[in-house]
Ligand binder design. Sequence first.
Ligand code: LMR
Length: 396
Amino acid sequence: MFEVLPHLEPDPILGLSAAYKEDTNDAKIDLGVGVYKDEQGNTPIMTSVAKAQNILLERETSKTYITPQGHQGYIDNMLTLLLGEGSQVMLADRVAAVQAPGGCGALRILSELLARCSDNARVFVSDPTWANHIPLIGSAGLKLETYPYFDKDTASIRFDAMMDKLKEAGKGDVVLLHGCCHNPTGADLTNAQWDAVLELAQERGFLPFLDVAYLGFGDGLEEDAYGIRLLAENLPEVIIAASCSKNFGLYRERVGLAAIITETSQIKKIAQGQIQSVARGIYSMPPSYGGALVDIILSDVALKQEWVGEVNSMRNRMQTLRAMLVDKLEENGADKDFSFLNTQKGMFSFLCISPEQVREVRAKHSVYFVDSSRVNIAGINQHNVDALAKALVSVL
Ligand code: LMR
């Protein structure tokens, strides 16, 4: 049976972690897979999450299945976080949603639902986009197209070209947008650009598909929700895949949310049944643990406040690391201006160097990041930044 299977190259992002582990160089630097790291290079359990774990240990009395949609408290709290207190679409009962196994699970089940709705829906994704968007969406049988997004030469968004391309999308088409902290480029739409996207969606009638994996890592939990709330409250239909991996540090617990904003509460009921049936056909019901923790945190005023403080610290630290790298590169005589890193948001940026330079810095200095030149900013720290800057300058 299996002899027909072709050999596959390692995943472009996850494969880096394996290569990094095998590298025996003590001075190796990991800027690969997107996980938050502290000054010591550890990914700690957040204090609010640790407290929620203790509460859950006391509170949980059974390991029987949870409901097919997941913890309703988790879903309601997450929707409020994303859509805001007093969200009109929530008040109008127009949001169907399920707890999903991670952001990936959410992306996949929403894609499967889209495939149930249409045989020929096209999904427009940014060029570039997160590498795993392609298999997650494409494997559901949806056709993918790209829209221009980022210009490596100027390290900025190609907004006019993006809008020109999106004029080709119409009713029955889907446009995937990163809610904030664009992965891999770190280049986000301004509020005025979001306004223009809303206008175009209203004019053309395409369906926005928002991927929200880094809420709070850009400018703040409220600020980062601008585009999400704008589209959700002003369009008849929007779909959202959200992840708690990064901003709750719950990577391995696989907790995400798939939400569908429908035109009427009548359609919402149907969409709710459909999305649960998609999930049933793949994994039945979501794992409980991560969603239960997020529910505990977001339902408790003091714990939520503590969590918001932790998200703010992670964001501020990543902004400091950006500035530190830019300064160190300049100090070490880089003949390229990297100040664009300071204007970008979230966990990632493109260094805008060539794949050959990326591979050279990996081979010669054991600095690991994706061939596209995407770096995980959170992998930088006071101890490695100087060596990192020197290594980068040596391949420029
Ligand atoms: C990343 O982009 O590095 C993360 O979202 C992890 C992953 O699954 O790729």
